[in-house]
Design a protein around this ligand. Structure first.
Ligand code: FCB
Length: 452
């Protein structure tokens, strides 16, 4: 056993991180457009104004995808490129761009997977309270309806929101991402509730206006947890820790259960309802019904995690990392086990087919004297992670894997300082160079992972 025959081997990107063309094409502004204009927020004040210029170079990029043998490609739509204010007026130029991209992908035998929200809150909506304004649920639904009407004759796979943990946590609680706010806890819980309602509303709209039956999912993230040994008590410790809340409220958004239990199980975790009680908005039965509108698949972005064992007191206990533990260029630990235990625990709890919607590594890649980009660390990382994923694929319903990222791009607050791509982008001249790992991944795809 191993990966299913129709396993979706893909790569992922997001609109602001690659598209560029922020001006002159009828696009509205979103919070990242505005945030990056103000110096001091992003590494060396980089912005996504040009990024990978994918808006103009998408035919070349799809050609590269084809050369890599990708079966699938996950990209996001910039809400403000199609609805400049977030609602109302439609920008036909934006629709035409995504239509052309979709057609190009299909012509090359690559299945498009659309993410609706990869952090680009329309500035117009932000001015009206953003995720705090209950109307955002309708507005996001309107956006999903437009997407369904315009693209779902050809695109069947959708993810609603990407990493709510991150955009609420980093954007509105810790002030490290756009719009750079440190909001009171109460506000962030209300936003989170509205995010999940907006997700539910989008699911309803996609179903109602889809031009054919659609496969709809959600794409949260979080650090995963894996056991030190495969003794039942350590596995149980990892399972408990994986769905536990953060000990520290100032970092509350980093958990799996608060964001996924409502969507998949129809209720918030009991422990959280008690602990967060002073900060919670009014939660109605109708809200929970909307939030748990049935979805078809579960996506999870997985980069790393921590190791636990069962402690003598019957509680999970962290296993300290040894000195010199492997880490990536962005200083994230290398923990391949998460691609086995993560999907396995998620599948057990939520009983939905799983997609790994993102996974990858940043490296200090350079163009070598021979004109190529050699990235042994990335190949080693992917080999280790995919090996674990293969084990999971034999045990659970695993549908696809999207490597982050197709090409080097604008890495949020890190600007262009982090390179996550399988394809190197020279940002001086937009030249693309397939890294060694791109060819390596092509071979994995060709063998459907049997060579892992
Ligand atoms: C995830 C984001 C993605 C990218 C990767 C490295 O948190 O979804 O946009 O930044 O991390």
């Amino acid at each position: 056993m191993g990966f299913r025959e129709d396993f979706a081997w893909g790569t992922a990107t997001s609109s602001y991180q690659i598209e560029g063309a922020v001006k002159g094409e009828g696009k509205g502004e979103h919070i990242w457009d505005v945030y990056t204009k103000e110096p001091g927020h992003v590494f060396e004040d980089h912005t996504g104004e040009t990024a990978c210029d994918h808006y103009h170079r998408y035919p070349e990029d799809v050609k590269i995808m084809k050369e890599m043998g990708l079966k699938a490609y996950r990209f996001s739509i910039d809400w403000t490129r199609v609805l400049p204010d977030g609602y109302g007026r439609v920008n036909e130029k934006g629709i035409a761009f995504y239509n052309a991209l979709i057609d190009e992908l299909l012509d090359n035998g690559i299945e498009p997977y659309i993410t609706l929200y990869h952090w680009e809150l329309p500035y117009e909506i932000y001015k009206q309270g953003g995720w705090m304004n209950p109307k955002i649920v309708e507005w996001f639904g309107e956006y999903a309806k437009l997407v369904a009407e315009r693209f779902s004759d050809r695109v069947t796979h959708y993810f609603t929101v990407n990493e709510p943990q991150c955009f609420v946590g980093l954007g509105f609680l810790r002030g490290e991402h756009a719009p750079g706010l440190k909001s009171p806890l109460r506000d962030t819980f209300e936003m989170a509730h509205n995010v999940m309602k907006a997700h539910g509303q989008a699911v309803r709209m996609l179903r109602q206006y889809g031009r054919q039956p659609l496969v709809i999912g959600y794409a949260p993230t979080c650090g995963m947890v894996y056991p030190e040994t495969e003794k039942p008590e350590d596995i149980e410790a990892a399972r408990q820790a994986m769905f536990a809340l953060q000990p520290d409220n100032s970092n509350w958004t980093w958990n799996v259960s608060w964001w996924s239990d409502p969507v998949l199980l129809g209720h918030y975790p009991e422990e959280g309802l008690k602990r967060y009680e002073p900060y919670l908005p009014k939660i109605t039965e109708e809200d929970m019904k909307l939030i748990s509108e049935p979805i078809d698949v579960y996506g999870q972005n997985i980069y790393n995690g921590r190791c636990v064992r069962m402690g003598a007191d019957g509680k999970p206990e962290d296993v300290k990392r040894y000195a010199g533990f492997p880490k990536t260029a962005i200083n994230w630990p290398v923990t391949p086990e998460v691609l086995y235990w993560g999907p396995k625990f998620l599948y057990e709890r939520y009983q939905k087919p799983i997609y790994i919607t993102e996974n990858g590594i940043s490296c200090h890649d350079v163009i070598s004297l021979d004109g190529k980009v050699h990235d042994p660390n990335r190949m080693d990382f992917l080999a280790r992670y995919l090996h674990e994923l293969k084990r999971a694929a034999s045990e659970i319903d695993l549908r696809g894997y999207f490597q982050w990222s197709l090409m080097d791009n604008f890495e949020w607050a890190e600007g262009y300082a982090q390179r996550f791509g399988l394809v190197y982008v020279d940002f001086r001249n937009q030249q693309r160079i397939l890294k060694d790992s791109a060819y390596w991944y092509r071979d994995v795809i060709r063998e459907n992972g049997n060579n892992l």
